[in-house]
Design a protein around this ligand. Structure first.
Ligand code: 3PG
Length: 305
């Protein structure tokens, strides 16, 4: 059977080699399309039985073009790029690879936070993380890694996640918070790890950001869609002490950069999971999951039912 790996943003070479080895050893055939266009995707998916993608948009049109497609694995955590209802209608199983790239994302949080605290290394005196308050919004795989690293910096850590018991957080030395307003009012840094869903889209805006203490930094390695950009912009205008750092440009990035200069920073492409280690872990896990599904219907991480 044919397994198509289609990624606009390429995996590291070590990950590609390992995916190739994994697919070859299973007796399936691999087609690799890196930095492909939508036309490339529609053409190469025609005879694919399994599909591995990253943040690539997989909608009903792609599925219509893929009559043999049985399984899609998103090599990563967030699957908001895949139309789950369309997949269910097409009888396609969709899975993600939870946890495989979470350390990489968590490390980038601190890479960006330190950079902001040192004024993007412009020579002016900055500030330290030790003793500061960090609020983690969603205590999933990435949030837990962020907490682990924050301990090393000597930060006071709290988290909000309605799906996680307080005891789980407390066992990690993390203070549970139950109101989103308090997450913002009580923390010098708020790090977002919520998925982009109907409930969370545009949910972080003016009212919440304005609650942050003096000098607050909002850190977004989740999805740009969770931010209400107009609201955040208004808050940054009214509060010259606040800063915003995001792994991927907001839609209105140019306006943010023009208005706020070094108070904002955006990666040009989503870089959180873009490490050799994360690519290897997520890529190989995705290949193994596609192979296992095609072989005997293994679907442990299915996200559409
Ligand atoms: C994820 O959801 O796993 C991360 O956002 C990484 O996305 P990427 O594979 O497009 O880098």
């Amino acid at each position: 059977m044919k397994i198509l790996v289609f990624t606009e943003k390429p995996f590291a070479p070590n990950a590609v080699k390992a995916i190739e080895n994994t697919v070859n050893a299973s007796g399936n055939e691999l087609e690799l399309v890196e930095m492909g266009t939508r036309e490339d995707l529609l053409a190469s998916v025609k005879d694919a039985d399994g599909l591995i993608v990253r943040s690539d948009k997989i909608d009903a049109a792609v599925m219509d073009a893929a009559p043999r497609l049985k399984v899609i694995v998103r090599a990563g955590a967030g699957y908001d790029n895949i139309d789950l209802d369309a997949a269910t209608q097409h009888k396609i199983c969709v899975m993600n690879t939870p946890g495989q790239n979470s350390n990489a994302v968590a490390e980038l949080v601190f890479g960006m936070v330190v950079m902001m605290c040192r004024n993007q290394y412009n020579g002016k005196s900055g500030s330290e993380l030790k003793g500061k308050n960090l609020g983690i919004y969603a205590f999933g795989q990435v949030g837990r890694n962020v907490a682990r690293i924050a301990k090393g910096f000597g930060m006071n850590i709290s988290a909000l996640d309605k799906f996680v018991d307080d005891a789980v957080m407390e066992a990690e030395g993390v203070k549970p918070i139950h109101e989103v307003e308090r997450l913002f009012s009580d923390n010098d840094f708020v790090s977002l790890h919520i998925p982009a869903t109907a409930e969370t889209r545009g949910s972080i805006g003016y009212d919440l950001v304005m609650k942050m203490p003096k000098g607050g930094v909002l850190v977004n390695t989740a999805r740009k869609e969770v931010i209400d950009e107009a609201g955040l912009m208004k808050a940054l205008e009214e509060r010259p002490d606040l800063r915003y750092v995001s792994d991927i440009k907001p839609d209105t990035a140019e306006e943010f950069e023009k208005k706020f200069g070094a108070r904002v920073f955006f990666t040009p492409k989503k870089m959180g999971a873009q490490t050799a280690e994360a690519n290897f872990n997520a890529g190989v896990a995705a290949a193994e999951q596609v192979i296992a599904y095609l072989k005997d219907g293994w679907n442990k991480y299915q996200v559409n039912r």
